[in-house]
Design a protein around this ligand. Structure first.
Ligand SMILES: *[C@@H]1O[C@H](CO)[C@@H](O)[C@H](O)[C@H]1NC(C)=O
Ligand SMILES: *[C@@H]1O[C@H](CO)[C@@H](O)[C@H](O)[C@H]1NC(C)=O
Ligand SMILES: *[C@@H]1O[C@H](CO)[C@@H](O)[C@H](O)[C@H]1NC(C)=O
Length: 157
């Protein structure tokens, strides 16, 4: 039993190594950056939209763990008890199509996959989406691009 477990772990490890060497989809990029995105990955899994982010081509504004930790505990609890609500929140961070920073800078707004309009602002060196600053731009994935944001985008509901 123990040998089997060790063997499984070795196989898993090798598989992971190979996967890392290959190119990664959006989910994989987020998953390999636990320090920043473990909350987002949890949220995506809870909402059940991880498959979406493994296909297609998307732009995702990715709130960091710090951004999630700035939400009140009540809000977080509510989101993690209602997948519909979580999905709707996350969907307002995802745009169909690939928009690099250079594309964003030519735009004033974008429509998310949920039909929510988010404003794009270029305040000199700090670009804003909605009311959040974009802290890291243009992280490339196989099926899209990730921009890290400093706070969770609030949707007015
Ligand atoms: C979950 O959230 C949705 C959308 O906000 C709402 O319509 C629904 O009633 C909620 N479900 C529960 C069980 O609270
Ligand atoms: C963004 O901030 C402005 C000014 O503080 C506020 O009026 C607006 O409602 C905020 N928008 C969102 C989506 O939170
Ligand atoms: C997080 O909350 C702290 C304390 O309320 C605040 O100072 C900080 O600006 C917030 N950060 C973000 C990214 O919203």
């Amino acid at each position: 039993m123990k040998t089997l477990l060790v063997l499984l772990k070795v196989v898993l490890f090798l598989w992971l190594l190979i996967r890392v060497a290959e190119s990664k989809d959006i989910m994989e990029v987020l998953e390999t950056d636990n320090d920043r995105f473990s909350m987002l990955v949890q949220a995506i899994n809870f909402a059940g939209i991880e498959d979406t982010l493994r296909k297609g081509s998307y732009t995702i504004f990715a709130p960091t763990n710090a951004a999630f930790s700035n939400l009140s505990k009540d809000v977080v609890d509510e989101l993690f008890s209602n997948a519909t609500k979580m999905k709707s929140l996350l969907s307002s961070h995802i745009v169909d199509g690939i928009f690099y920073l250079s594309d964003l800078m030519k735009l004033e707004e974008l429509m998310t996959i949920d039909g929510v309009v988010i404003n794009i602002k270029d305040l000199g060196s700090s670009n804003m989406v909605g009311n959040s600053t974009i802290t890291q731009t243009d992280m490339k994935a196989d099926n899209g691009v990730i921009h890290t944001i400093a706070s969770v985008l609030q949707t007015t509901e």
